[in-house]
Design a binder for this molecule. Structure first.
Ligand code: EPU
Length: 420
């Protein structure tokens, strides 16, 4: 049997309403935080996507009890832990699996995890995580197949300067520091909204974290954490993807259950292209009636333009009049999707981490391949704008990160189906 593909008949204007799911990454972080307590945690608004299944399987293999209470809700109790070593065959599937390290180390004084998998988008070192554990007093060492960390006497709070504001590096140190003795200050912390969300969840479990969502985070250690009920924030990248999908088809749509304050950089850049966006509460109304203007975009850590929306934006800019520039400054290899866009007729050249896009081009449907979650999303968007039929292979990447993508787009009037 052939792996499934998406088949898209392009040229339909998107219209209607789409509801945004819970944040993939915030939900993954919330699941890992459940390892910090033996009490039950209820996590809501968890998106039904592949990466969550992998994370749930990892928690179960570690010994946690995981109960699914509905499509978007889990009850998790890590009362007993069976092993402090994350299972290699699951860890290879997602980068977020490395987030079991901080909680296991903090609560049990030992943890091990193989180098995690995830998207191929550049060098993705772990030095920030490991240096953070060392600063908190752990012995951290590389074994043949994994990284191990030990702190038999417990972790000690201290000042931790991060060489780079790594998102999960910040989270691993924050998770570990919750149960350390004394106060930890993380300098040069990442400021993504998913970090503030996790800090609020941890505080609801009895942690004392201040400043998360800013570049200095202070964590006063506490002896133990208790259970909680937590609803994760909306997925800003999924919201951004549907906003751009509407724009690329010259459509008009309402994006609901979103958090517009997390989308400021995207909204500013889209307004520059001429797309009109109105926000009311948790709803954004997107109107893209006129021609689009070329712009320059730099992908940066939050609150800069999100690297996870860089490829979708690249697809949109093939339809803008003039020459657009994209400069990817977070990852060193996140322009590979450009090769696939070119198969559809896009006029794009790259030099290092910069893409130069000339538009507007009439895209023509053909066979392309999703190289990672966001590269795949860019091709779906390009397929919506292309003439004729686009077939996208390797859509397991999209299944990892987008809940019911074909259904949600069909609801907006797109013609998209899964084919074997
Ligand atoms: N970096 C280091 N040292 C480290 C860790 C990272 O130099 O120890 C560098 C990386 O090489 C990279 C940059 O830091 O160039 C950014 O990496 P970061 O650690 O911030 O990313 P992450 O925590 O591994 C999360 C998301 C990514 C998202 C980035 C940036 C998850 C599971 N992943 O990754 O999401 O792109 O933050 O916002 O939360 C996606 O959802 O498609 C995705 C890739």
């Amino acid at each position: 049997m052939f792996p499934e593909r998406y088949r898209i008949e392009g040229g339909r204007r998107l219209e209607g309403t789409v509801a945004i799911s819970g944040s993939k990454n915030a939900a993954l972080y919330a699941l890992s935080a459940c390892l910090l307590t033996g009490e039950e945690c209820v996590i809501r608004n968890v998106p039904a996507i592949g990466d969550i299944e992998f994370m749930v399987a990892i928690l179960q293999r570690l010994g946690a009890r995981v109960e699914r209470c509905g499509p978007h809700e889990f009850r998790i109790a890590a009362t007993k832990i069976a092993t402090y070593e994350a299972p290699a065959e699951l860890v290879v599937h997602l980068r977020a699996s490395f987030l079991v390290m901080g909680p296991l180390l903090a609560r049990f004084g030992q943890a091990a995890c193989p180098p995690p998998g995830g998207d191929v988008i550049g060098l993705r070192p772990l030095d920030v995580h490991l240096a953070g554990f060392r600063a908190l007093g752990a012995r951290v060492y590389r074994r043949r197949d994994d990284f191990a960390a030990e702190a038999p006497q417990g972790l000690r709070g201290t000042g931790v300067f991060l060489d780079y504001p790594s998102v999960m590096g910040t989270l691993n140190v924050m998770l570990a520091a919750c149960l350390a003795k004394g106060t930890t200050t993380i300098y040069n912390a990442a400021a993504e909204p998913e970090i503030a969300d996790l800090a609020q969840m941890l505080n609801s479990m009895g942690a004392r974290i201040h400043g998360a969502g800013n570049h200095t985070v202070i964590i006063e250690g506490v002896p133990e954490l208790h259970g909680t009920e937590w609803t994760v924030i909306p997925d800003r990248i999924e919201a951004g993807t549907y906003i751009i999908a509407t724009a690329i088809t010259g459509g008009e749509a309402e994006v609901t259950n979103a958090e517009p304050s997390h989308l400021q950089s995207l909204l500013a850049k889209l307004q520059e292209t001429g797309v009109q966006i109105e926000t009311t509460g948790r709803t954004l109304v997107v109107r893209a009636n006129g021609p689009l203007r070329a712009i320059s975009v730099q992908a940066l850590p939050y609150p800069g333009f999100a690297t996870d929306l860089q490829a979708p934006m690249g697809a949109l800019l093939t339809q803008a009049e003039g020459v657009s520039f994209i400069h990817e400054r977070v990852y060193d290899n996140r322009l590979l999707y450009v090769g696939e866009l070119r198969k559809l007729g896009a006029e794009v050249v790259t030099a290092g981490s910069t893409a130069v896009i000339s538009g507007p081009t009439r895209l023509q449907g053909t066979m392309v391949r999703a190289l990672d979650i966001r590269a795949g999303a860019a091709l779906v968007l390009a397929g919506l704008a292309a003439e004729g039929c686009t077939e996208i292979a390797d859509i397991f990447h999209l299944d990892r990160g987008y809940e019911r993508l074909a259904e949600k787009l069909s609801q907006l009037g797109a013609v998209i189906e899964r084919i074997a």
